[in-house]
Design a protein around this ligand. Structure first.
Ligand code: PLP
Length: 356
C-alpha cells in the first residue's frame, strides 16, 4: 500500500461542464483550454473526455503534439503562439493554429515561405496589457498578416482583465469593437467568466478554462451555483491521531495551542502534494462525512485537522476530502489567499490521478 493520497478525476463531470458551457455560449464554438496539464487534471484524460469540443487551446507546442498524437484532427490553438522560428515547421506539419501577438512573431512568419500556414489568430491588446498589438499598431500588423503568401485563415482575438469582477468588460469591449469594426474575420474573446456573465463577448469562439473543471471564475459564487460539477476530488486518509491537553502546541512554529482537551487528526497531504501551505487554521476540510477545519501549519507531507467535535469513531484510517464535491476548492483557495486555478494546477506529480 502506498501513501493514501489520490486525485479522483470525474470524466462525466468534465463532459457535463462542457455541456453547461455550451448552453451559455450561444452559437459560439468551444475552444476548450487544457493548458497546464488541463489545470492539473491530466491533459490526455481531459482531451479524451472533452472530444465533443470544437478545438483545444494550449500554452506550448509540446502539449499540442500530445493532443495530435491521440488522433485529434480538429483545431488546436497555441495561446502564446510560437516562441522561436524553429517551431514553425512543426506547426505546419501538425496544423497547429497560432496566436500572433507581437512583431517578432510576424517576422518569423515573414520568413516562412509560401507553403500554406495554419490558421492565425491575431491578438489585440485591448487593456489587459499582457499580449497583443496595441490599437495603434493593430491595422498594420493585420496588413502584414494578409500579405503572407502562405496565409489560409485569419481570426481576431483579445483577452479580458476583469470579466470576473464588477468592472466587467465594458471598457475593453469598446476598444475591441472600435478596432475590429468591419473586419470580416471570426473573433474569439470570452474566457469562463465572460461566457457566464457577458454574452455580448461570445462572438465565434469561446475559450473556457476553469469552468470546464467545475470551479467558479467568480469570487461571489461557487461552481455548483453555476450548474458546474467539480472534476477533481483530492482525497487522503488520517494516518495518526493525537490527544492534546490545554496548552499543548501543534506542529511547526507551534502556531496552534489547544485551549481544551483536543483530538487532532494527522492527514497524509501536505504542500508537496499541492495543498497550499498558506491555508491557515480554520480552512474547511471534510472527514468521513463531517465538515471540520485544519489546524496549525501545513507541512510538506502532512497537515493537522480538528477531530474534537467529531464522533470518536472518526480516527485512524478515516477518509479525508481536501477538496471536491463535498468541499469546494474555491473555499480552500480563499482560506489560503489564492484562487482555485492555482490549487488545481499545483496537483503534484506524486499525487496520482484516478480516472473515473
Ligand atoms: C487561460 C486562458 C483562458 C481560460 O481562462 P479561464 O479563466 O480559465 O476560463 C482563456 N484565454 C486565454 C488567452 C488564456 O490564457
Amino acid at each position: 500500500m502506498s501513501r493514501p493520497i489520490s486525485a479522483r478525476i470525474d470524466t462525466a463531470a468534465l463532459r457535463h461542464n462542457l455541456k453547461v458551457i455550451r448552453q451559455h455560449s450561444g452559437r459560439a464554438r468551444t475552444m476548450a483550454v487544457v493548458k497546464a496539464n488541463a489545470y492539473g487534471h491530466d491533459l490526455l484524460t481531459a482531451v479524451k473526455a472533452l472530444n465533443e469540443a470544437d478545438g483545444f487551446a494550449v500554452a506550448s507546442i509540446e502539449e499540442a503534439l500530445q493532443i495530435r498524437q491521440t488522433g485529434w484532427t480538429k483545431p488546436i490553438l497555441l495561446l502564446e503562439g510560437i516562441f522561436s522560428e524553429a517551431e514553425l515547421p512543426l506547426c505546419r506539419q501538425h496544423w497547429l493554429s497560432m496566436v500572433v501577438h507581437n512583431r517578432q512573431q510576424l517576422d518569423f512568419l515573414q520568413h516562412a515561405g509560401s507553403a500554406p500556414l495554419p490558421p492565425l489568430f491575431i491578438k489585440l491588446n485591448s487593456g489587459m496589457n499582457r499580449l497583443g498589438f496595441t490599437p495603434a499598431d493593430f491595422d498594420s500588423a493585420l496588413h502584414s498578416l494578409r500579405q503572407l503568401p502562405g496565409i489560409t485563415e485569419i481570426s481576431l482575438t483579445s483577452h479580458f482583465a476583469t470579466a470576473d469582477a464588477p468592472a466587467g468588460i465594458h471598457q475593453q469591449m469598446q476598444v475591441i469593437n472600435a478596432v475590429f469594426a468591419g473586419l470580416p474575420y471570426p473573433k474569439s474573446l470570452a474566457n469562463s467568466a465572460a461566457i457566464f456573465r457577458h454574452p455580448d463577448s461570445h462572438a465565434d469562439w469561446v475559450r473556457p478554462g476553469i469552468a470546464l473543471y467545475g470551479a467558479s471564475p467568480f469570487s461571489d459564487c461557487t461552481g455548483a451555483q453555476l450548474g458546474l460539477r467539480p472534476v477533481m476530488t483530492l482525497t487522503s486518509r488520517i494516518i495518526a491521531v493525537q490527544t492534546l491537553q490545554p496548552g499543548d502546541a501543534l506542529g511547526y512554529g507551534q502556531l496552534w495551542l489547544a485551549d481544551r482537551p483536543s483530538r487532532v487528526g494527522v492527514v497524509a497531504c501536505g504542500y508537496a502534494d499541492g495543498y497550499p501551505r498558506h491555508a491557515t487554521t480554520g480552512t474547511p476540510i471534510w472527514i468521513a462525512g463531517h465538515k471540520t477545519r485544519t489546524l496549525g501549519r501545513v507541512s510538506m507531507d502532512m497537515l493537522f485537522t480538528d477531530l474534537t467535535d467529531l464522533p470518536a469513531t472518526v480516527g485512524l484510517g478515516a477518509e479525508v476530502i481536501l477538496w471536491g464535491e463535498q468541499q469546494p476548492v474555491e473555499q480552500v483557495a480563499s482560506a489560503a489567499g489564492t484562487i482555485s486555478y492555482e490549487l488545481l494546477c499545483a496537483r503534484a506529480p506524486r499525487v496520482n490521478p484516478t480516472i473515473v
